[in-house]
Design a protein around this ligand. Structure first.
Ligand SMILES: Nc1ncnc2c1ncn2[C@@H]1O[C@H](COP(=O)(O)OP(=O)(O)OP(=O)(O)O)[C@@H](O)[C@H]1O
Ligand SMILES: [Mg+2]
Length: 367
């Protein structure tokens, strides 16, 4: 497992911090969040209450672990996904997303952990596996067959046949808007069309849980939007959807709840609002200074002020993280002005999941 780059290290030359050790900020933050313990509770938290009482999540994962030799790829993660919910597993390359979902789909043996779908253990046999549809990260369709032939193959794998299979194929092709290309050889498809067909193969048998592993990587905007629409329709129809991504924007847009995974640990989970609220009072501020003023000098001035946690240079702007940041702004601008530096723009930046990840791990999601 690669070691965590230090905070601020990726932000350009003019990075100044008030702390003596670069590693302290994330650790302090970890402490701040650690009211739930070092790992997220392994009891899934999505109990829904109806008139007949609380309803368990459709997918329940507890204590899921997997090592490859000495490398612990997934370390005791647990979460739940309700029917009609999109749950996002958000994490950088190598975080353990594919390993986790492969175990949930039953295509990779786990070292430990429990996985149930509507209370049925996924080890209960083929009928249990049929409750799950998975759309893998790598495209798993035959390029020398047509879309219809591909779906016929996958449908038979799910034990569909005859009129049921034909209807399922038509429905899936329609869902991914490939009906008019159904009899073309898939090798002639664009990358986005191939991804959509990959998705069709995962929904043919109308699974109760659909797992999508980074379904939009490398796709054109039109196909991405078609994939988003389909996810939304399936969610609306009551499918539980587990969606892995390293795109913060996708997690924010599609997922009701998000689990952030890093180095095999589910480090925190919640709605976007909950995750961002956990950041506490720290605010990010972006200050533009006039041409000719030294950004490095501005960083030095601002980083010496009370309440400033981090000051860096990014995209020709001064980026500051400060507790109660907006309140610290007048002091920052005054200090800059006294030193002869005039701020020509100021922006208080809304915190996002990128900030959550940074605060929990000390690294940017895309490092
Ligand atoms: N078959 C394997 N053999 C050995 N190590 C593996 C294997 N599969 C995954 N790993 C390791 O397990 C860790 C988690 O990998 P995984 O593919 O689950 O990450 P990921 O979050 O899906 O990343 P990405 O965003 O790049 O797809 C990585 O360190 C990876 O190198
Ligand atoms: Mg992966």
């Amino acid at each position: 497992m690669e070691s965590a780059p230090k905070i601020g290290a990726a932000t350009g030359s003019g990075s100044y911090k008030k702390r003596s050790s670069n590693a302290e900020l994330p650790r302090r933050k970890r402490g701040h969040w650690a009211c739930r313990g070092p790992k997220v509770e392994t009891m899934p938290s999505v109990m829904r209450t109806t008139s007949s009482g609380p309803v368990a999540p459709r997918l329940v994962v507890r204590g899921l672990s997997k090592s490859f030799g000495a490398r612990l790829a997934v370390d005791g993660i647990g979460f739940g996904v309700a029917a009609g919910e999109v749950y996002g597993l958000l994490g950088p390359n190598g975080a353990g997303k594919t390993t986790s979902i492969s175990m949930i789909a039953g295509i990779l043996a786990r070292d430990s952990g429990e996985i149930t779908i509507d209370g049925i253990d996924i080890d209960a046999g083929p009928a249990a596996r049929a409750l799950i549809g998975i759309v893998p990260q790598a495209i798993t369709i035959y390029l020398d067959l047509t879309a219809r032939e591909n779906l016929d193959f996958w449908g038979r794998m799910y034990d569909l046949s005859g009129a049921t299979l034909r209807t399922a194929i038509d429905t899936a092709l329609d869902a991914v808007s490939l009906t008019n290309r159904a009899d073309d050889i898939v090798g002639t498809y664009s990358g986005g069309m191939q991804r959509r067909l990959n998705l069709a193969a995962g929904i043919l048998h109308q699974p109760r849980l659909l797992i999508l592993d980074e379904p939009t990587v490398g796709v054109d905007p039109q196909s991405r939007s078609a994939i988003f629409d389909l996810v939304e329709r399936l969610r609306h129809a009551g499918t539980a959807i587990l969606y892995t991504t390293h795109y913060m924007e996708e997690a924010e847009r599609l997922c009701a709840r998000i689990g952030i995974i890093d180095s095999g640990h589910l480090i925190v989970e919640g709605t976007r609002a909950e995750l961002v609220a956990n950041l506490g009072q720290d605010t990010r501020i972006e200050i533009g200074v006039g041409r000719g003023d030294s950004l490095e000098r501005a960083v030095r001035i601002v980083s010496a002020l009370e309440g400033v946690q981090l000051a860096t240079v990014e995209n020709d702007h001064l980026h500051v993280v400060a507790d109660h940041g907006a309140n610290r702004l007048p002091a920052m601008l005054t200090a800059l002005l006294k030193a002869g530096t005039v701020a020509d723009s100021v922006r208080v930046v809304e915190p996002n999941l990128e900030d959550v990840f940074l605060s929990m791990t000390g690294r940017a999601l895309r490092d």
